[in-house]
Design a protein around this ligand. Sequence first.
Ligand SMILES: NC(=O)C1=CN([C@@H]2O[C@H](COP(=O)(O)OP(=O)(O)OC[C@H]3O[C@@H](n4cnc5c(N)ncnc54)[C@H](O)[C@@H]3O)[C@@H](O)[C@H]2O)C=CC1
Ligand SMILES: O=C(O)[C@H]1O[C@H](OP(=O)(O)OP(=O)(O)OC[C@H]2O[C@@H](n3ccc(=O)[nH]c3=O)[C@H](O)[C@@H]2O)[C@H](O)[C@@H](O)[C@@H]1O
Length: 430
Amino acid sequence: MKLSIIGSGYVGTTVAACFAKLGHSVTNIDIDEEIVKQINSGTAPIHEPGLDDLVAEYGGNQLRATTVYSAIQDTDTTFLALPTPSREDGSIDTSIIEAGARSLGETLGTKDDYHLVVVKSTVIPGTTEDVLASIIEETSGKTRGKHFDIAMNPEFLREGSAVKDFLNPDKVVFGAETKRANEQLTEIFDPLVAKSNPAVVETGIREAEMIKYANNTFLATKVSLVNELGNICKEYEVDAYEVMNAIGLDERIGERFLRSGVGWGGSCFPKDTAALVSAARDKGYEPSLVEAAIEVNDKQPKRLLELLESHIALPDKRIAILGLAFKPGTDDIRNSRSIPIIEGLQNKGAQIVAYDPVAAENMREQFPNIEYADTALMALRGADGALVVTDWDEFSALDDEFEQMRNPVVVDGRRIITHNDNITYDGLTW
Ligand SMILES: NC(=O)C1=CN([C@@H]2O[C@H](COP(=O)(O)OP(=O)(O)OC[C@H]3O[C@@H](n4cnc5c(N)ncnc54)[C@H](O)[C@@H]3O)[C@@H](O)[C@H]2O)C=CC1
Ligand SMILES: O=C(O)[C@H]1O[C@H](OP(=O)(O)OP(=O)(O)OC[C@H]2O[C@@H](n3ccc(=O)[nH]c3=O)[C@H](O)[C@@H]2O)[C@H](O)[C@@H](O)[C@@H]1O
């Protein structure tokens, strides 16, 4: 089928490249000319394992990119994969996706045949129908349910494994209000369903919107609970990882997402939990458990710094930060736990030398004045303390390198460092 995808970021590019691999003809629409150029020349605009290969294979042919919205007219379905960030008060900011819907509506106004619009972005229940569909009707002059349909298809991929996740999902969710929309979505996803056999959830638009928030909030709260349990374990000198491995054997709990540490970051858990809290309060409901999950998460970086301070006084000390990305496998630093850690160290007067295998350039834009090392060893050499913030595999292989520190104090926020008699090791979990 002929698909267009508005927004060519982490989701839009991944989904587009995977749909191209699945046999569809795909056009990415993005306002960023650099991204468009990269895709057309066969280069992925973001770091994501496997994405480079797909864009190299399909970019410029079955996968094209453009800044021109009218390219949508030559497609049957448009996915909206635009950002839905947080406002200052945590509530969802729909201005970017509203702008995208407006441009989409304007171009659909002169399209002759039926079109399906699919919201891929994460949006609070009611946004697709009450906000986006209305904008498209107004700007196109067309009637929803007749000339076009709107559907909601939340995305569950994780950064760092986005291609693999998209091509092998546990479930796909179709939130649709007409048979035609549901059938078209089914046809688009047919090659994926045939290949990886996920559960197919056919539901209403509001339910689809809420499934996404429930999914993310459940996982974020699970990690916060694990962090709280890990903190209590540490007080009692109990090995939290042994405890979690054991409780994970209970199928009702499940073995995944039980890694305690410095907390969750990224572009979605923080913003989606905040948006859900705000949306619940709008309706007069106080979501105290979700608020507590956020509070526990906010405290973990502070706990890491306190641990470091229990070993050394920070003013003027050279502190190595290992890991800047919010998780391994990505160059994304949005809401990374490394950000409050950098700020906390700066406030205490420490000198920072940071290393990350792929995210340093992104962090440099936000913190141009800290030192960036080219390797973990270079960051550690001469340092008075080290903090492990991201669980990159290469950090768990570090050993003698710590001995190059001036004062080998290592505080592990991810429980990945192998203990070594020559270093003073401490960690968030015992
Ligand atoms: N990042 C992730 O892992 C996941 C994100 N989501 C959701 O997907 C949505 C998109 O997120 P990301 O891909 O992370 O965003 P992103 O920030 O990586 O990419 C958004 C892209 O949209 C482009 N853009 C902005 N305004 C535009 C406009 N008017 N027209 C065309 N392009 C425009 C930007 O240039 C950028 O390339 C969000 O709602 C997010 O919550 C859902 C699942 C996973
Ligand atoms: O909506 C989204 O954007 C996505 O958000 C998360 O994916 P992502 O943020 O890319 O990465 P995760 O693997 O979920 O990790 C999120 C954060 O939790 C932390 N985490 C995760 C698991 C764990 O056991 N412990 C832990 O601290 C990670 O370090 C990371 O900072 C969800 O897992 C995806 O299903 C969802 O599509």
